[in-house]
Design a protein around this ligand. Structure first.
Ligand code: SF4
Ligand SMILES: [Zn+2]
Ligand SMILES: [Zn+2]
Length: 462
């Protein structure tokens, strides 16, 4: 089930076949679609669409192109429209210095005024931004500063990494349109890879910018699947993974649809099945949200109690369906070593492949070298090194007080020991952390241990 977060189905390009187009969207699995207002008239038409179709929602706002036409009672009209229960955001608003259909100072003035209205009404905004990066960042930063906020959506994102990072830091979601499927859009695909799963959307912006393989044709909401498929591909995921997270994001931002239910014991990402044994951990990494927002790729890993080995095993439908079964490292699995051993044995007996994701504290936690016990049970182990020295590790990983100063060396020993008992070993770091020298980490992993090195951005592929 897909969501088209940005459509203009009210435009006259659909006058001949609007109903059929909407039906095709439904037939192709579009679960919700947001029709976007660009001025008072199109906002009004968007609202009317929502009254005919349950699954359509609307926004109201004045596009930067149209700010020159704003007059005396425009804002009064906007307020009335925004009061409608199916108008879920204010927009699209912003700056367009590419076309410059309205003078730039007029665009800036009404961008600010509309942001202020959105703030007053507590609505997210839909942003249109083209060739206006500096002014965009400077205006938004006067109003938004919470990276966990629900500021709104940057629609049809087509700018650079700096603007994407700034938008995320101000609590925006990033939505990609058909442009991300275009042949020459490698830069954009690079950026799409870096957007956290819980901040990502897809859209059509129809009738414009149809994605490949329909490029050049009139676009329509049913085509949003092509954009989602491309996003999944560049992120190394299946389209189902992207659909699930976007549905959850839609719920988080607008309160529409369903939230993820807690208590997930096993969950699929790509062709891997992950097992969630615990939310406890002997670290408290600065980037970890397992206690505040325990959502990974659209699954809610909050547990009101830890599952037994039998419950974990029962949650696996068929080990052979998956490339691997992974004891997940969101919460430290070696705190439940007995469960790992019991379930891993069953997986191996049934012909499956086992990976363990761990913070490498297992020997200290269990007060013995646990690696010989994992021999033959674990095919691959992935250990978070996360820093190039002990002080930096303690800063980033915030281990238990009794672990500080000593745990980093223990992790290194754990990596070295792993090589003796486990066929595939990799060490990981989370990138973009202050205090962490990524090049040095890579050197340690490759030269000192000769194991695989994997830098990852947090919450990108789970
Ligand atoms: S080791 Fe993993 S689960 Fe533990 S705090 Fe760090 S990121 Fe979170
Ligand atoms: Zn736009
Ligand atoms: Zn638009």
């Amino acid at each position: 089930m897909m969501i088209d977060t940005h459509a203009h189905i009210d435009m006259d390009s659909y006058d001949e076949d609007r109903e059929e187009t909407i039906q095709r969207a439904r037939d192709n699995g579009v679960k919700y679609m947001v029709n976007i207002g660009c001025d008072i008239e199109s906002s009004q038409r968007s609202v009317e669409l929502t009254e005919h179709y349950d699954f359509i929602y609307a926004t109201a706002g004045v596009h930067p192109h149209d700010t020159k036409n704003i007059h005396g009672d425009t804002y009064d009209h906007l307020r009335i429209l925004l009061d409608h229960p199916k108008v879920i955001a204010l927009g699209e608003i912003g700056l367009d210095y590419f076309k410059n259909y309205s003078p730039q100072d007029v665009q800036r003035k009404h961008f600010r005024k509309q942001i202020e209205l959105a703030k007053e009404l507590d609505k997210p905004i839909i942003i249109h931004s083209r060739d206006a990066k500096q002014d965009m960042m400077s205006i938004l930063s006067d109003y938004y500063d919470d990276p966990n906020g629900k500021a709104g959506i940057f629609h049809c994102f087509s700018d650079d990494q700096e603007l994407a990072d700034a938008a995320l830091a101000m609590g925006f979601y990033i939505s990609f349109a058909g442009t991300v499927t275009f042949k020459n859009a490698d830069n954009l695909r690079q950026i799409a890879k870096t957007i956290p799963a819980d901040r990502l959307f897809a859209e059509t912006d129809c009738p414009f910018m149809a994605p490949v393989p329909n490029r050049g044709k009139r676009n329509e909401p049913a085509f949003v699947n092509h954009t989602a498929a491309k996003l999944a591909e560049v992120r190394g995921l299946k389209i189902e993974d992207v659909e699930r997270t976007m549905e959850l994001n839609f719920h988080d931002l607008f309160g529409i649809g369903e939230s993820a239910t807690p208590g997930t014991v096993s969950y699929q990402i790509r062709n891997s099945l992950y097992l969630n044994l615990t939310q406890r951990c002997t670290a408290n990494c600065v980037f970890c949200t397992r206690l505040t927002k325990p959502i990974v790729q659209g699954y809610n890993l909050a547990l009101d109690r830890e599952p037994t080995a039998q419950e974990v095993w029962d949650s696996i439908d068929d080990v052979k369906r998956y490339d691997e079964i992974v004891f997940c490292g969101y919460g430290e699995p070696t705190l439940r070593l007995d469960v790992i051993k019991e379930v891993a044995q069953k997986i191996k007996d049934a012909g499956g492949r086992v990976r363990l994701n761990t913070n490498g504290h297992g020997n200290v936690i269990n007060k013995r070298n646990i690696l010989p016990e994992l021999k033959g049970l674990v095919d691959e182990i992935s250990i978070s090194l996360n820093a190039d020295n002990s002080e930096a590790y303690d800063e980033v990983a915030q281990p238990l007080p009794s672990f500080r100063g000593m745990i980093y060396d223990e992790i290194k020993t754990f990596i070295a020991e792993s090589k003796k008992y486990i066929p595939a070993v990799q060490a990981t770091i989370v990138t973009h952390q202050e205090d962490v020298d990524e090049a040095k980490c890579e050197d340690i992993v490759k030269k000192e241990f000769g194991v695989n090195y994997r830098p990852r951005r947090y919450n990108i592929t789970g």
